[in-house]
Design a protein around this ligand. Structure first.
Ligand code: CMP
Length: 139
């Protein structure tokens, strides 16, 4: 079923000029980038986005990291896009990520892991709505 997921190319990747290389992996996997913009996340946006992790010990570090450099926020579309993108990203910890995945190829650590992808269709809808209007998504 065609669906959409939300993606972030994180500061460790934008800093190293990896936006194009990450996008090549996404597109080669059959996912279509139907919206994309480079932004500097505000602290408030990052805190809202990661609200589910606010009790975790790494929350402060995670928010500081996400606002440290620009990020690229994206909407990806395709068959089973949520699950497919999670497969393409690889495990959260790059040390456990499978060969050929974005995190295996490019991520530096569990915190600085190059990309984010929604973990469910419900969360994809919420995350997309935080950063994009319907008019900005051109499928
Ligand atoms: P993401 O998919 O963006 O969702 C939550 C993020 O928290 C995760 O990717 C990691 O970047 C980050 N994270 C998870 N575990 C840790 C950890 N142990 N230390 C620092 N950051 C973490």
């Amino acid at each position: 079923m065609t669906e959409r997921t939300f993606s972030i190319i994180k500061p460790d990747a934008t800093r190293r000029n990896l936006t194009g290389k990450v996008n090549a992996v996404i597109e080669d996997a059959g996912l279509r980038i139907v919206a994309q913009k480079r932004i500097r996340m505000t602290r408030q946006q990052a805190e809202q986005f990661y609200d589910v992790h606010k009790e975790r010990p790494f929350f402060g570090e995670l928010v500081d990291f996400m606002i440290s450099e620009p990020v690229v926020v994206q909407v990806l579309e395709g068959d089973n896009a949520v699950a497919k993108y999670r497969e393409v990203m690889g495990a959260t910890n790059p040390a456990q990520a499978a060969d050929g995945t974005i995190r295996k190829l490019y991520a530096e650590s569990v915190g600085e892991n190059s990309v984010h992808g929604s973990d469910s269709q419900d969360n994809a809808k919420i995350e997309i709505a935080q950063f994009f209007t319907d008019a900005e998504i051109v499928g």
